[in-house]
Design a protein around this ligand. Structure first.
Ligand code: ATP
Length: 612
C-alpha cells in the first residue's frame, strides 16, 4: 500500500532491441559454428575409420586373394585398395598406410587374386586440386572459428559504431531542436547560450585569446531534459550532434571501449565544429579502481577519454557535453580544468516550469475546457519533464479508450495516478478480510496525517487496488520546497506509520501491506542520521554507509549508534501514530467504514469527519 504519490525515480531505460537481436544472432552463429565443427570432425573421423585398413590386414587380404586393384599416388604412403566382393566399388575401397612403398611394391609383385588374375597396380600423379580441397576440408573447423571471431569483433564494434550523428528531419546536419522547445530551465539556458555563440563564431573567441570550454557536465535525474538541452545547443548553433551512451563503451573485450572513444573523437574532429554528447557518463567515468580484473577495461576507457579531452587542438571547435544522474560516482580527474570543468545542474521543474512543460506538450492534443494546467502542475510536484510529457500522453490514451471527444481533467488525474501508483485494478477479487485491513490501513494514514501540522491535506483515499498497492492515500502538494525541516521529516515518518498502527489497534493484526511504508520511513531515518546530520547524539556528520572506507574511518561504535538511533526514530514515530489513533478511534472507524462502503473518499468527504 502506497502512502504517498511521488513518482518513482526510475531510470528510463532506452530500448535495446537492436542489441538483443545482435546478441541472439551472435549466439546462433556461435552455435552453428560449434555444431558444424564438431560434425565435420566427427564424420570425417568416422568415415576414415570405416575406410581404414591396417597394413597387416592388407597383407592377409593380399595372401587370401581378396584384393582386386591397388591405386597409389606418387609421393604418398597412403594407398587405396579395392577389394573383391559385393556392393559398389566405393564400398570396397579401403585406405592403407604402408610403412615402405618400395618394400610393398616388391611384396605385391606377381601376386594374384582369388580368380587367378594379377592384382592391378595403378600409379597416379598428385592431383593438386584434390590436395588443396583436402587441406581446406581439414582446415574447415579452424576457418569457421576464425570467421566467428571476426564477426564477434565486428559486432562488438571494433572499428564499428563510434557515435551516432543526429541531423535535422529536413536532412540538415544539425538537430532541429531549439531552446524554444525546452520549457522552463531559463537560467540553465541562459548559461548555455554562450556555448552556442562559441560554436557559431569560434574565430572571434580565438582571436581574442579566449579559451573555448571543452567539456560541460549536466547533472540531473533521468528525464529532466539533459539530452534535450544538448540537442538544442547543437540545433541553435547549426552544428552536428554526435551522441553516444556511456554504456555503449562497455565491451566484452579489453581495449575495445578505449578504441571506441578514440574513434568517436576522430569522427568529431572531421565534423568540427560539432557537439559530442555522452549520456550516462558514469558508466565509464566512475572512479578508477586498482588495475585488476574487469575494472582494467573500464579504467582504460576512462583514461582514453581523458587523453582525448586533453588532446584537442585550439582550432578544433568540439564541445563535449556529458550527462549523469550520479555525479558523486565520477572520477575527480574528469572534472579538472580543461576537461568537464563546467558543471550545470538540471533540476526537476518547479511549479511554473511544470506548467510551462505541460503547455508545451499540450500542443497537438485536444483538451476539454475544464482542464487547468496550473492545477495539474500543482498536483505533480517532483515530476520531471519526461514524466509530465508522459502524463499528457497517457491522458490522451485514456481519453481515446473511454471514447471521450477531448481530454478531460479526470483523464489527466487518472493518468497521474496511473504513473504514480499504477493502473486501477477494479476487477481484482479481494476478500472482505483484506478489504477491511486495507480500509483501516489507509484510514490510519489519512487520520494520523490530519493531526500533523507539517503534512499536506489529504486529496483522496482509496481501497481500489492500483499497481502493486492494495489501496492508497494521496496528499495535496501545494508548494515546491527547497528545504525540508527536521520536524517535517519526523512527522512524515509518523504519517507513514499510521497504516501499520491502525491495523494493530483496530484489528489486532499486522500485515505485509505496510512494507513500503516501513521501507520509506527507515530510509528517511537513515538519511536524517547519515546525510542531514540531524541526530543529537551523532551530531552533524555525513557517513556513507555503503562505503567500506568510511565505515572503517568511523568504526563499529558509530555504525552501531546509527543502527540504534534509526530504531529510536522509528519507534517514536510508531508510538506517536498509535497515540493519535487511540485518541481518535471514532473517526478512524468512521473513515474505514465509509471506505468499505464507497471504496474512495474525496478530500471534502474526508474533511467532513472532522467537523463537529
Ligand atoms: P536521461 O537521463 O534518461 O537520458 P534526460 O535528462 O536526458 O534523461 P531527456 O531525454 O532530455 O531527459 O528528456 C526526455 C523527454 O522529456 C524529452 O524528449 C521531452 O519530451 C521531455 N522533457 C524533459 N524536460 C523538458 C523540458 N524542460 N521541456 C520540454 N520537454 C521536456
Amino acid at each position: 500500500m502506497k502512502e504517498n504519490q511521488k513518482p518513482k525515480d526510475k531510470k528510463q531505460k532506452k530500448p535495446r532491441d537492436f542489441e538483443s537481436i545482435k546478441t541472439i544472432l551472435l549466439l546462433i552463429v556461435l552455435i552453428i559454428c560449434i555444431v558444424s565443427s564438431i560434425a565435420i570432425l566427427y564424420f570425417s573421423d568416422k568415415e576414415n575409420e570405416e575406410r581404414e585398413l591396417a597394413y597387416t590386414e592388407l597383407i592377409s587380404a593380399i595372401n587370401a586373394g581378396e584384393i582386386e586393384k591397388i591405386e597409389m599416388t606418387t609421393g604418398s604412403a597412403n594407398i587405396k585398395v579395392i577389394m573383391h566382393g559385393e556392393g559398389e566399388e566405393k564400398d570396397r575401397e579401403k585406405m592403407v598406410l604402408v610403412p615402405s612403398i618400395q618394400a610393398f611394391m616388391e611384396l605385391v609383385q606377381d601376386k594374384v587374386d582369388k580368380e587367378g588374375k594379377e592384382i592391378e597396380l595403378k600409379q597416379k600423379p598428385i592431383n593438386p586440386v584434390l590436395r588443396i580441397s583436402d587441406t581446406l576440408f581439414s582446415l574447415l573447423p579452424t576457418i569457421l572459428l576464425i570467421v566467428l571471431m571476426i564477426m564477434v569483433f565486428k559486432m562488438q564494434g571494433l572499428g564499428g559504431d563510434s557515435g551516432k550523428v543526429y541531423g535535422g528531419e529536413d536532412g540538415s546536419k544539425s538537430p532541429d531542436v531549439r531552446f524554444g522547445d525546452i520549457a522552463g530551465l531559463d537560467e540553465e539556458k541562459g548559461e548555455l547560450i554562450e556555448i552556442v555563440d562559441f560554436l557559431k563564431k569560434p574565430q572571434e573567441y580565438q582571436e581574442m585569446g579566449a579559451k573555448i570550454p571543452r567539456g560541460i557536465l549536466l547533472y540531473g535525474k533521468p528525464g529532466t531534459g539533459k539530452t534535450l538541452i544538448a540537442r538544442a545547443i547543437a540545433g541553435e548553433a547549426g552544428v552536428p550532434f554526435i551522441s553516444m551512451s556511456g554504456s555503449e563503451f562497455i565491451e566484452m573485450f579489453a581495449g575495445l571501449g578505449a578504441s571506441r572513444v578514440r574513434k568517436l573523437f576522430e569522427k568529431a574532429k572531421k565534423m568540427s565544429p560539432c557537439i559530442i554528447f555522452i549520456d550516462e557518463i558514469d558508466a565509464i567515468g566512475s572512479r578508477r579502481t586498482s588495475n585488476s580484473g574487469s575494472e582494467t577495461e573500464n579504467n582504460q576507457t576512462l583514461n582514453q577519454l581523458l587523453v582525448e579531452m586533453d588532446g584537442f587542438d585550439t582550432e578544433e571547435t568540439i564541445i563535449v557535453l556529458a550527462a549523469t544522474n550520479r555525479p558523486e560516482m565520477l572520477d575527480k580527474a574528469l572534472l579538472r580544468p580543461g576537461r568537464f570543468d563546467r558543471q550545470i545542474t538540471i533540476p526537476a521543474p518547479d511549479l511554473l516550469g511544470r506548467e510551462a512543460i505541460l503547455k508545451l506538450h499540450s500542443k497537438n492534443k485536444k483538451f476539454a475546457d475544464d482542464v487547468d494546467f496550473k492545477t495539474i502542475a500543482g498536483d505533480t510536484a517532483g515530476f520531471t519533464g519526461a514524466e509530465l510529457a508522459n502524463v499528457l500522453n497517457e491522458a490522451a490514451i485514456i481519453a481515446t479508450r473511454s471514447k471521450h471527444k477531448q481530454i478531460s481533467n479526470e483523464d489527466i488525474e487518472n493518468a497521474v495516478k496511473k504513473i504514480t501508483v499504477g493502473l486501477e485494478k477494479t476487477n481484482r477479487v479481494i476478500s472482505d478480510k483484506d478489504k477491511k485491513l486495507t480500509a483501516y490501513h489507509e484510514a490510519g494514514h489519512a487520520v494520523v496525517s490530519k493531526f500533523l501540522p507539517t503534512q499536506t491535506e489529504v486529496k483522496e483515499v482509496s481501497i481500489i487496488p492500483r499497481g502493486l498497492a492494495g489501496g492508497y492515500t494521496m496528499y495535496k502538494t501545494n508548494e515546491d520546497k527547497f528545504y525540508v525541516s527536521r520536524t517535517e521529516l519526523l512527522e512524515k515518518m509518523v504519517a507513514l506509520m499510521g497504516g501499520r498502527a491502525a491495523e494493530k489497534i483496530a484489528l489486532n493484526e499486522i500485515s505485509t501491506g505496510a512494507s513500503n511504508d516501513i521501507e520509506v520511513a527507515t530510509g528517511i531515518a537513515k538519511d536524517m542520521l547519515t546525510i542531514y546530520g540531524m541526530d543529537d547524539t551523532l551530531g552533524p556528520i555525513s557517513l556513507k554507509v555503503d562505503d567500506p572506507y568510511e565505515i572503517q574511518i568511523f568504526g563499529d561504535k558509530v555504525i552501531d549508534q546509527v543502527g540504534n538511533q534509526i530504531q529510536v526514530l522509528i519507534d517514536n514515530a510508531y508510538e506517536t501514530a498509535q497515540k493519535i489513533l487511540l485518541n481518535n478511534m471514532d473517526i478512524l472507524d468512521k473513515v474505514a467504514q465509509t471506505l468499505l462502503e464507497k471504496e474512495k473518499i474525496t478530500s471534502e468527504e474526508f474533511e467532513e469527519f472532522f467537523r463537529v
